[in-house]
Design a binder for this molecule. Sequence first.
Ligand SMILES: [Zn+2]
Length: 89
Amino acid sequence: MSKTYIRYDSSSDQGEIRLMQFSLIKEDKAIWRIKLVSVSSDEMQSLMNPHLSQFGKMCYETGSTGYICPICNLEIDEFGLCGCGTGSG
Ligand SMILES: [Zn+2]
């Protein structure tokens, strides 16, 4: 029985961020290469969680500002982002 899985290959520090490389393996062949940059040093969590790789923390760890976006009515977080993106402008 063949397995399909993601293999972590390597990572390299590029100053503040890490460049990480993975391969999607099917029947012992790498059929897809995945490269991502992350501010986190946790490779698998960065792959599974784009929020962590982009901001360095999980979405539920992100602080709030108490400001509500007038367009989408969602709270603007510590990165100045809301549901619609207007709050980041
Ligand atoms: Zn909004």
